[in-house]
Structures are given as structure tokens and as C-alpha cells.
Design a protein around this ligand. Structure first.
Ligand SMILES: Cc1ncc(COP(=O)(O)O)c(C=O)c1O
Length: 351
């Protein structure tokens, strides 16, 4: 705290990201990164950008990347927005589409950045309880609201909401924007991008940090009706005209174009997830059904924070949230086969 801080800064409660430890040789399964590297074509495209042209500003509209996303989904580039990580895209959506005085609705167990953006932009919110199985019930969102946001699959549970349930939410709330945060959709879900043509109140956000393994590059996107996209552009152009640099535009565009590598690595993560779930269940864990690149698991006989600490002593890092309803769960990212084996060996020894 400093006397130079504004009253606004004093009352902010910032988000705390998962630890990025500086130690070598850790089995790092705490921030849902992809164990496989990005597409070699993306790396090549970024290398090609590292030349004298860096003296020039990048394309402020990232048209090449918008077109690559549009080609991938068979939509128009006017339905695509891109930003510096989906966190930035989400922030602009909160600012531009949810600031209405009525409460924003999101699940009680969900991405912990949502309440932080509400604090930053002065948006009232109501956290709606997931059911006993940690699932979203669309009928619970039938109440006055200034918008709805949830991750699909949800984070940190990994549970998926079917597209027909999302359609029900969209139909029940024609006067609100429904934002589906698809950070993890490529690991087993069907994207709501398929609904964008029919629902002008739907905004879908995605990231290249997970399924395209570019967390270090910081690229995210939104797909929606051009009117919603225009709101995001207005915010972006009132904040930072060049959120994506030349390397990011080139690398992200090449990653979207390399479908074979994308499908192959997603399939590897999904198959590892099924193997990890089976092994965790053999060790006595209850594992929520996951459509993501992580699992959410609890052990009926072992305290989750003690398990996380014991894993850490064995150089394996997973995420534990000290929060109501989920304090007995561990969120474990799916790693490479070697990392997953190290996790399971460590758990076997601890238990
Ligand atoms: C649900 C959810 N949404 C959005 C993000 C942000 O992703 P990024 O800013 O890396 O694109 C994350 C990151 O972990 C996430 O879990």
C-alpha cells in the first residue's frame, strides 16, 4: 500500500495465477499447459518474422490471424476478434458487454478471474451453485441478469455442458450476452461456434495457450455476431491498438492452419487423460468426468492440501484451491506419458 495509490487500486483484489516455479526438473502439472510443443510450422513462421521488419508496427487488426481462424471454422473474419491471451479478450468482453448494472451470472465453482474482472469494471455478480455432481443447470440461470459467463468445459472441474443446454441458455436469455469460455473445448467438447450464426447474443472465447500449445505467445480470440465483435474492437482501440506483435500474428496463424498437428496432439492428450483417470481411480481417487486437458480428483481418505504438499516434496506440482466445495480436490494437468508416470508413481508412494 502506498500513499500514491488511488482509492480504486487500493480496493482491487487481483487474480493469482498458478505458480511458474524457477526450479529445474519439476513435473509441472499445475497450469494446464500442453506437454507437446507448438506446431513446428508455427515455430518456423515466427522465426521468419525475426528480421528488420520488427522496426515496423504490426497489423493493428491482425487480419491474417482473423482469416486463419475464420477459415478453420468456416465463418467470416468479421465474426472474429483476437487479443493478447483470452484473458485480455475476456476482460474486453466484461468491460464492453457486461457492464449493465444487473448482475452477471457465473457458476460458484468456475474460473477465478471472473470475479476479478467484475471488481476491475464494477460489475455486480451472482455466483450460481453447480449441482451436486458439479454440473451447470441451465434452469438456474432463469433470473434477471446483465450477462452470463462460464467455461465449457468448466474449469477447474473439467465437466462439459452439452450444446443443447447452451442453446437453452441462449434462448432463455435473448437480451443478455452469453459468453462461453472455450479455453479447453478442443480436448473433448463440441464448440459453440457452430451456434454463432443463429444466436446474436452468443460470444465464444478460445485460447491458443492450451490445445495449440502457445501459452508463452499470449494469443486468444472471440467469435460472435459482428456487432459483439465491434464492441470488443472499440474497447481494444481505446486501450492498446497493437495487442498482438508480428511474431504472435504469424505463429498463431500458422498454428491454426496446421490442422494435422493440432488433431494429433489433442488426440494424444485425450488418450493420456483416459489412462491417467483409470490409474487415479485404481489408487482410490474419485475423478470428475473431464473433457479438458486436466482432471479434478479427490481421495476419500486423504486431505488434498496434504497430498499436494507431499507431491511437491517429490517435485510434482499440481493445483490445489483452498475454496469452499473444492478444498478436497486436486486439479492435475495431463502431461507427457513420462510426466504422468512420475505423478502416478509419486501418488502410489504417498498413499
Ligand atoms: C477457463 C479459462 N479461461 C481463460 C484462460 C486464459 O487463457 P489465456 O489467457 O492463456 O488465453 C484460462 C487459463 O488457464 C482458463 O482456465
Amino acid at each position: 500500500m502506498s500513499k500514491f495509490w488511488s482509492p480504486f487500486v487500493k480496493q482491487l483484489v487481483p487474480y493469482v495465477p498458478g505458480e511458474q516455479p524457477k526450479l529445474a526438473n519439476l513435473v509441472k502439472l499445475n497450469t494446464n499447459e500442453n506437454p507437446y510443443g507448438p506446431s513446428p510450422k508455427a515455430i518456423e513462421a515466427m522465426r521468419a518474422e525475426l528480421n528488420d521488419d520488427l522496426r515496423l508496427y504490426p497489423d493493428p487488426n491482425s487480419d491474417r490471424l482473423k482469416q486463419a481462424v475464420a477459415d478453420f471454422y468456416g465463418i467470416s473474419a468479421s465474426q472474429v476478434f483476437v487479443g493478447n491471451g483470452s484473458d485480455e479478450v475476456l476482460a474486453h468482453a466484461f468491460h464492453g458487454l457486461f457492464q449493465h448494472g444487473r448482475p452477471l451470472l457465473f457458476p460458484d465453482v468456475s474460473y477465478s478471474f471472473y470475479p476479478v474482472y467484475c471488481g476491475l469494471y464494477g460489475i455486480p455478480f451472482e455466483a450460481i451453485a453447480l449441482d451436486e455432481q458439479f454440473q451447470i443447470r441451465p434452469e438456474d440461470y432463469l433470473r434477471p441478469n446483465g450477462g452470463i459467463v462460464f467455461p465449457n468445459p468448466n474449469a477447474p472441474t473439467g465437466c462439459l455442458l452439452a450444446l443443447e443446454a447452451i442453446e437453452r441458455l441462449l434462448q432463455q436469455n435473448p437480451d443478455s450476452v452469453v459468453l462461453v469460455d472455450e479455453a479447453y473445448i478442443d480436448f473433448g467438447g463440441e464448440s459453440a461456434v457452430a451456434l454463432v450464426e443463429r444466436y446474436p447474443n452468443l460470444l465464444v472465447t478460445q485460447t491458443l495457450s492450451k490445445s495449440r500449445s502457445l501459452a508463452g505467445l499470449r494469443v486468444g480470440l472471440a467469435v460472435g455476431h459482428p456487432d459483439l465483435i465491434e464492441a470488443l474492437e472499440r474497447i481494444k482501440n481505446s486501450f492498446n491498438s497493437y495487442p498482438l506483435d508480428r511474431a504472435a500474428i504469424a505463429g498463431a496463424s500458422a498454428a491454426f492452419a496446421d490442422r494435422d498437428y493440432f488433431h494429433k496432439t489433442c488426440a494424444q492428450v485425450i488418450s493420456s487423460r483416459e489412462a491417467v483417470v483409470a490409474s487415479l481411480e485404481q489408487l482410490g481417487f474419485e475423478v470428475l468426468p473431464s473433457a479438458a486437458n486436466f482432471v479434478f480428483a479427490r481421495h476419500p481418505q486423504h486431505d488434498a492440501s496434504a497430498l499436494a504438499a507431499a507431491l511437491r516434496e517429490r517435485s510434482v506440482i499440481v493445483r490445489h484451491f483452498n475454496k469452499p466445495r473444492i478444498e478436497q480436490f486436486l486439479r492435475i494437468s495431463i502431461g507427457s506419458p513420462e510426466q504422468n508416470k512420475a505423478l502416478l508413481d509419486a501418488l502410489g508412494a504417498i498413499l
